[in-house]
Design a protein around this ligand. Structure first.
Ligand SMILES: O=C(O)CCC(=O)C(=O)O
Length: 278
C-alpha cells in the first residue's frame, strides 16, 4: 500500500479542517520551483500575458495542467495518498491555480460545500512566516450546522466592527512553511494571509469526492466557475495528453460534465477585460 494518512491525521482534519505536511515534497521541490517559473515565463511572466507588477495578484488557471511534470503531481504517491485517505479512491481532480500573490488575502472560504468534501492542497514556494504572508486558518471554521462556524461565516468579513479586532488579529493558526512543505485544508475552512510581499509564489491543487449521479448539477455549477478564467475545458492539454489509466479515473467525471464551459466562457470574454485574477 502507498502513502496514507493515519487515524490521528484523519481525526485532526475532521476536527480542525486542515493539515500541515512539513517537508513532504522536499525531494521534488527544486524541480517544482523550476517548472513553476517555466510556466510563468512561457505565459509572459504575469497575468494574461503581461509581466507581474507586484501590485495585483497574477493567476493562471488551471496551473499544473500547463506542463507534463507538474501534471504528474496528481500521480505522486503522497498527493494521491492524501487525496484517497480523505476523499476515497475515486476522488476528482478539480483543477489548480498558480499565483504570484501581492499583499494580503482577506478571510474567506473557498465556497461552501455542505455535502461533498472539497479540499485544497497548497504549495508555497518561499519561506513564509506569520507576518510575511503564510497561510492562516481558523481551526473548526469548516463545520456544518455549527454555531461557531456560522458566526464566523457571518462576521469574519467585518471583524473590526463586530469584534473590535483587526482582520490580522482574528484568532487563527499561522501555518508557517518552507518550500517542500505542503498544507491541505477543507474548502469550507476560513483562511487568509497577511504581510506577504509583492511576489509571493504559490500554487494549489483542488480535489473532491466523486459526486453521486443525483447531485451532478452541483458539480456542473462548480465547473461553471472556470468561465471567469475563460476556460473552454476544465483541464489543460498536458494533463489530458499525459494521463495514465490511473490518472484518468480522477479526470473522467469532470471531463464528462464540462460541455457547458465554452458558451459560458464566450459570454465571460464579452463582459470581462481580462480573465479573473482569482
Ligand atoms: O496565500 C494566500 O494569500 C491565500 C490563499 C487562498 O486564499 C487560497 O488558495 O484559497
Amino acid at each position: 500500500m502507498g502513502y496514507q494518512l493515519n487515524e490521528q491525521q484523519l481525526a485532526f482534519f475532521d476536527t480542525f479542517g486542515y493539515l500541515g505536511f512539513p517537508g513532504l515534497l522536499d525531494d521534488r521541490i527544486d524541480e517544482i520551483i523550476n517548472d513553476f517559473e517555466e510556466v510563468w515565463a512561457s505565459r509572459g511572466g504575469g497575468h494574461h500575458g503581461r509581466p507581474h507588477d507586484g501590485k495585483e495578484r497574477s493567476c493562471i488557471v488551471p496551473f499544473i495542467d500547463q506542463q507534463e511534470r507538474l501534471s504528474s503531481l496528481l500521480d505522486d504517491d503522497r498527493i494521491r495518498g492524501i487525496a484517497t485517505s480523505l476523499l476515497g479512491d475515486d476522488f476528482n481532480y478539480m483543477g489548480s491555480d498558480g499565483n504570484y500573490y501581492a499583499g494580503d488575502t482577506r478571510w474567506h472560504s473557498d465556497g461552501w460545500h455542505p455535502e461533498t468534501l472539497h479540499i485544497k492542497i497548497a504549495f508555497y514556494l518561499d519561506e513564509l512566516t506569520r507576518d510575511t504572508g503564510c497561510l492562516r486558518v481558523i481551526p473548526g471554521s469548516h463545520k456544518r450546522d455549527d454555531a461557531y462556524a456560522d458566526s464566523l461565516q457571518q462576521h469574519v468579513g467585518e471583524s473590526s466592527s463586530v469584534w473590535d479586532t483587526d482582520p490580522r488579529d482574528v484568532p487563527a493558526m499561522a501555518l508557517e512553511t518552507r518550500p517542500g512543505d505542503i498544507v491541505c485544508f477543507n474548502h469550507n475552512t476560513k483562511h487568509a494571509s497577511f504581510g506577504g510581499g509583492g511576489h509571493r509564489r504559490m500554487f494549489t491543487m483542488n480535489l473532491c469526492q466523486r459526486y453521486p449521479e443525483h447531485r451532478l448539477q452541483e458539480l456542473r455549477d462548480y465547473i461553471s466557475g472556470g468561465a471567469r478564467f475563460w476556460l473552454d475545458e476544465a483541464y489543460g492539454e498536458a494533463m489530458i495528453r499525459t494521463a495514465t489509466p490511473d490518472r484518468k479515473r480522477h479526470l473522467e467525471q469532470v471531463m464528462a460534465n464540462d460541455d457547458h464551459l465554452p458558451e459560458l466562457s464566450r459570454q465571460a470574454r464579452e463582459s470581462m477585460s481580462e480573465p479573473s485574477r482569482g
